[in-house]
Design a protein around this ligand. Structure first.
Ligand SMILES: Cc1cc2nc3c(=O)[nH]c(=O)nc-3n(C[C@H](O)[C@H](O)[C@H](O)COP(=O)(O)OP(=O)(O)OC[C@H]3O[C@@H](n4cnc5c(N)ncnc54)[C@H](O)[C@@H]3O)c2cc1C
Length: 387
């Protein structure tokens, strides 16, 4: 990822491919996806065609073998055109990465191969009704049922649940386990039943179709991750999740600043006015957002072979700050762009409209609340002797 420039000018192969899908397929549909709160079918079809759903799967397992850092570049590029499309790919890729790192049973290995060959789409059910964004706790449990395993979970939101071929869910290990004694299981179609319990009529990120669901599914013993969820989260999953999702928030900031830039360029040439100075400030803000992402990616890639460093409290605090920082900067960039574009940015039907960008930008603030991230870091910092 060349985070110092617009993703359109990247020299990275995956980022260029993603930019093309974003510009040619996702962008033309983004308005309709947003207006109808519908799944970005055409963008996901284009991703499947280019095998992007297997981008993070090693070549030896039939995938494209790209790194997390390369995927971050691709997500930033797509998010510039349609954040909902990018989020679908980001959330799916988080699950794929977890399968690559921790899917050690024959069933989980076979699922990974199937994702590579058939471009399956994987969703996530880690949130639970009544627990908000507290992903480290579960009320539901994996239960014995008719000689097999069964999961019954009221999920707060499963993005693209209707379109997912499989859903990775957290739950308690057994009905007697503590709320924090969690495991990770895969629920698969056709046996998995999803009954929508809430609609997805949100301000932004409407194409993720993240309805609440009552999830009921038999679970094959071979599709239970052997490691506890806390271990999986600490050893890569939580870190990669922050990196991939933050790429989307940076992509939204890219879109806001690009819209303001185009607006300024369209104005008749003349003496510099305030909005051009504001644009200079806004580009500074975008650079900050790009730099946060780039430095976090570099850090993660550099220490990745060292398990202790990946799991360190310092790394987790830095990655939470990445999420908090980039989501706030996306919202700030959208507001800053509005100050430059004025009424044309406020209109929904102008070339400089910021309507969807402003609404999408605020999604990052609530997609796991920044307060929760800061609270988790605060608890660690209270025990630290020095920063
Ligand atoms: C676009 C989008 C897609 C999503 N997709 C999925 C998905 O695919 N799968 C899935 O499982 N979930 C998904 N979610 C849900 C997400 O994972 C979080 O669970 C959800 O956003 C949290 O909802 P909440 O704001 O009600 O809860 P909370 O996290 O409870 O936050 C509500 C407010 O309460 C306050 N608060 C509550 N408790 C604390 C605390 N302990 N510390 C600090 N502050 C606190 C905060 O100020 C916060 O703003 C998605 C959410 C969004 C927005």
């Amino acid at each position: 990822m060349d985070s110092l420039s617009c993703p359109a000018h990247s020299s990275a192969e995956l980022e260029r491919l993603a930019w093309r899908i974003g510009a040619e397929v996702a962008a033309p549909a983004a308005g309709d996806v947003d207006q109808r709160a519908r799944f970005p079918l055409e963008a996901v079809a284009a991703m499947r065609k280019e095998r992007l759903l297997a981008a993070l799967i090693p070549k030896a397992d039939g995938g494209l073998g790209f790194t997390v850092q390369e995927m971050v570049g691709a997500l930033r590029a797509i998010a510039t055109h349609c954040p909902s499309s990018a989020l679908v790919l980001a959330m799916h890729s988080v699950e794929v990465d977890t399968l690559v790192r921790h899917g050690t049973t024959p069933g989980l290995r076979a699922l990974l191969e199937e994702v590579a060959t058939s471009q399956l789409l994987i969703g996530n059910a880690s949130s639970e009704v009544g627990l908000g964004g507290a992903a480290g706790r579960s009320r539901c449990a994996l239960e014995q049922h008719d000689g097999g395993l069964f999961l019954d979970k009221q999920v707060l939101a499963i993005s693209y649940g209707e379109y997912a071929d499989a859903v990775v869910a957290t739950c308690r290990r057994t009905p007697d386990s503590a709320e924090t004694d969690q495991i990770l299981v895969v629920c698969r179609r056709p046996a998995m039943r999803l009954t929508a319990t809430s609609t997805w009529n949100t301000s932004g990120l409407r194409g993720t179709c993240s309805h609440g669901y009552h999830l009921q599914s038999p679970v094959e013993a071979d599709l239970v991750f052997p490691a506890p969820f806390a271990t999986i989260a600490g050893r890569g999953a939580a870190q990669v999740r922050q990196l991939l999702l933050s790429a989307v928030w940076v992509g939204i900031a890219e879109a806001a600043v690009a819209t303001a830039h185009q607006h300024v360029l369209r104005r008749a040439p003349g003496p510099l006015v305030l909005d051009t100075t504001r644009l200079a400030e806004l580009v500074g803000l975008l650079n900050k957002s790009r730099s946060l992402l780039q430095s976090a990616c570099h850090w993660f890639e550099r220490v990745e072979p060292d398990r202790e460093a990946v799991e360190s409290a310092g790394m987790m605090i830095a990655l939470r700050n990445l999420k908090v920082g980039t989501s706030r900067l996306a919202a700030e960039a959208a507001t800053g762009a509005l100050a430059i574009c004025g009424i044309e940015g406020y209109r929904r039907d102008s070339r400089s409209s910021l309507d969807r960008i402003i609404r999408d930008a605020h999604g990052g603030l609530v997609m796991v609340s920044n307060d929760r991230h800061l609270e988790e870091s605060a608890a660690v910092l209270r025990a630290w002797k020095a920063i």
